[in-house]
Each structure stands twice: as C-alpha cells, then as structure tokens.
Design a protein. Structure first.
Lengths: 92, 181
C-alpha cells in the first residue's frame, strides 16, 4: 500500500494532533493534557519513500490493519484512544 | 432507381418482419441464436458492434486484456517491493549529536536501514527516526529529530505520561543540555 504525505496529514487532523512546522511536520497527540504520541512526516508531497510509512505507523503505535483504517477513515479518534488504552499506552 | 437518385429509400414489397430483422440499429436486442440464424440464412448484412466484442471474447482477447492489466498491477507492486527492499540494516554507535544545544555524554545505538530510495536512522530505545538520501543525511536528520523530541518532552516534563517519562529520564542520563551553560 502506498502512503502519501497527505494521508498522514489527514490522520493528524483526524486525531486532533498538535502540529508544528519545522524541517518536517511534527505532530503530538495530547490526551487529558499529556503528550502520548509523537511522530513526524516530511513536507514533500507524494508517496512516502521506502519504509517511512512503517516507522510512522510504529510511532503511532498501531498495526498494519489499524494504520490502513486510520488512512481510509473508519478508525476515528475514539477508536484510536481505545487502542492506546488496550495497549496500556494511555493509563487512566 | 429515381428514388435512389433523389436520396429517398425505395419502397419494397418485403414483409415488415423481414425488414425489421435487417434494420440497423436494431429495433430490440437480438439473442445470439437469432443472430446466428440471420448470419447462416442471409449472411452478415450490418456492422454489429456487440457481435464484434463477442467474437473477440471467443478469441480470448478480453481475457488477455484482463490478464495484462492484472500483470501490470503485479509489476507495479513488485517494483514497489524492490524499492522498499532493504539493502541492509546496520547498527552504529552515535556519539556526536551535531547540536549546539545538546551533547551526548555516552553513545547511543542507532540502526541505519537503507533502501534504494532512502536511508532511515532509527533508535528503538527512543522510538524516533530520521531520514535522508544517504547515511550522513539520515544521521543528521536523526540528530535534529532527537533535539526536537528532547525539548518537546522537556517542555511538558511535569505532565509526562509514564512511557514518555521513562524516555525523558533515559535521555537525561545520556544527554547534556549545553544550552543551559
């Protein structure tokens, strides 16, 4: 599956991640005011090269299917937070 | 004959059913059997696009077209796989952070994962990566990313969740913030 820069930017928007523009677009997911997830995506448009999608997926703490669902939209913020809770990344 | 000269279709004495049978475009859909009867009885009298497609189908042309399009997709997928295929992964110790703000007090291990398109420098301990067209660019980007990451954690150090807190404490053991001096 080819992943484009805009796919990742859409994920950032959908997950309401706080973004910051630098050399790349840096994105942080805050939940209850705490930063849990941190990743980045290049500014360059088009397909992400090589294993970049894999490393971004790794930082987002999701498996391949969940990553596809984040891109294709069925997985939304609530579902994503649930995944992070199930993985004990978010502890309440 | 006069009618042809005046561009008017001549009247005939043929029955209407026979005229309809040879009419083009067709009045209604013919079955394959009808067409075969027509052809065997009267010969092919009109250009029938459906029949041409049908004949191509019989020759297996449309199957070939489908197969070619499948093969194109497979070649595209394989090309992508080759491009993503790792040319090698190596682990190196990183000692120089190339930063005016941060310095490493002890080296950290990073992996360099190269494909024909890109090199990615990654730390599994910190879960961060940098990338570039070659190893040096990837390492430089990794150092920049590490700096960004450190200051992001530092900014929120009082409210870090457990996992990020562990990473922040680890970073503080191996990194000196030289910008404070």
């Amino acid at each position: 599956m080819s992943v484009k820069t805009r796919d990742i930017n859409k994920i950032f928007k959908k997950l309401k991640m706080v973004t910051e523009e630098g050399r790349d677009t840096l994105a942080t997911l805050y939940y209850n005011g705490k930063p849990y997830i941190w990743t980045k995506v290049p500014h360059k448009k088009g397909d992400l090269k090589g294993k970049l999608p894999y490393f971004i997926r790794q930082q987002l703490e999701v498996d391949d299917d969940q990553f596809r669902n984040l891109i294709k939209c069925p997985l939304k913020l609530d579902g994503y937070i649930q995944i992070l809770k199930e993985k004990n990344i978010i502890q309440e | 004959m006069d009618n042809f000269i005046n561009n008017v279709a001549p009247t005939t004495s043929y029955p209407q059913t026979l005229i309809d049978k040879f009419r083009y475009p067709k009045l209604n859909e013919k079955t394959l059997e009808d067409t075969q009867i027509e052809e065997s009885t009267w010969g092919k009298s009109v250009v029938d696009v459906d029949k041409i497609y049908e004949a191509l189908d019989n020759l297996g042309i449309s199957t070939m077209v489908n197969r070619i399009s499948q093969l194109e997709e497979e070649v595209e997928a394989l090309t992508k796989l080759v491009k993503e295929q790792s040319l090698g992964v190596k682990t190196i110790p990183l000692s120089n952070l190339r930063s005016e703000k941060l310095a490493l007090s002890s080296p950290i291990n990073i992996t360099l994962d190269s494909t024909s398109e890109i090199v990615i420098a990654n730390s599994y301990d910190l879960n961060i990566f940098g990338y570039g067209n070659n190893e040096i660019e990837a390492i430089r980007d990794f150092c920049n990313t590490l700096e960004d990451f450190y200051f992001l954690l530092d900014k929120d150090k009082d409210k870090l969740p457990k996992e990020q807190s562990v990473i922040y404490n680890f970073l503080n053991k191996i990194i000196k913030n030289v910008s404070k001096n």
